[in-house]
Design a protein. Structure first.
Length: 293
């Protein structure tokens, strides 16, 4: 959603200034929840108050427009086994549990919890479903259908207070975060899943065992890196990641896109129409200012 509002204020010398501001509400996707228009309006009003606050003097003069965009939501069909793409398998960063049932979510979560760490045979064959079946009782799946859609993961987390779940999506050669838990790194077990597709609207969960190896192609160094759960940016030191996460976790999951050399790698100012209107413009070269001797 986008709201564009015009503001005005009177300066100390009596001049009238005006400007426009755009306010956004992050996109939401759900197959169960209805749009709460009152909550949306409340968020917009809070953003307007923040803009016009702090003794800025700005007051609303006109609401230009409110844009609402929507699309049909088609839940993903999850559960069918899909082989791991070769370029992902070569990283040795994920475990793809080979199963013929609809429990790939549960198996992948248990693999992320490393429940089979005490058995050497199990450690060597993490991709076999029978390893995880004795541990299924550790997960509270009451009222949650299998295969588990993304929209049900929040309920899973509420019923399993020791587990947090992030979901990444494999799109061609890109790894994109599509769900980052609000409990990331705050619970005993943190699990990251990778969702892959066969190109025919069928999806399958994989258990991510090493975020560092999964995003290794983003850096030249082959040493271990510490990866941000929110933007997947790798850092050489854990302290750097902690400093970065303080700000990054305040935003929704995002993907970092780098410019293409020779195409869009030069930043230029092009939004001439967004410049703030003022009655006078003065250009001065300070090198021409000389004091009296």
């Amino acid at each position: 959603m986008e709201l564009v509002v015009d503001f005005q204020r009177t300066t100390q010398d009596g001049n009238l200034q005006s400007t426009s501001a755009r306010f956004y509400i992050p996109t939401t996707t759900s197959d169960v929840e209805n749009l709460d228009i009152n909550n949306v309006l409340k968020q917009f009003l809070e953003k307007i108050d923040a803009f016009s606050g702090q003794n800025s003097g700005w007051t609303v003069s006109k609401v230009n427009y409110l844009r609402l965009c929507w699309g049909s939501y088609r839940p993903m069909e999850v559960g069918t086994f899909i082989p791991t793409p070769k370029h992902i398998a070569s990283k040795k960063a994920v475990v793809n549990i080979n199963s013929s049932d609809n429990y790939c979510f549960q198996y992948s979560v248990l693999a992320g919890m490393n429940v089979a760490s005490m058995n050497l045979h199990h450690q060597r064959h993490k991709e076999r479903a029978y390893i995880y079946k004795p541990f299924m009782h550790l997960l509270n799946m009451e009222g949650i259908q299998s295969p588990v859609p993304i929209s049900s993961i929040s309920k899973f987390e509420s019923q399993n207070p020791d587990i947090s779940v992030n979901v990444l999506y494999h799109d061609n050669d890109q790894i994109i975060p599509i769900r980052t838990s609000i409990y990331t790194d705050q619970r005993k077990h943190h699990v990251t899943l990778l969702m892959i597709t066969d190109g025919h609207e069928r999806f399958h969960y994989l258990s991510v065992q090493s975020m560092s190896r999964l995003v290794a192609g983003r850096v030249k160094s082959k040493s271990k890196h510490y990866v941000c759960h929110y933007c997947l940016h790798p850092f050489r030191k854990e302290d750097y990641l902690k400093q970065h996460t303080i700000m990054c976790r305040q935003h929704q999951s995002q993907q970092i896109t780098y410019p293409t050399p020779g195409k869009d790698d030069v930043l230029k100012f092009t939004k001439i129409n967004y410049q703030f209107p003022v009655p006078f413009v003065i250009y001065a070269d300070f090198e021409c200012f000389f004091g009296e001797e």
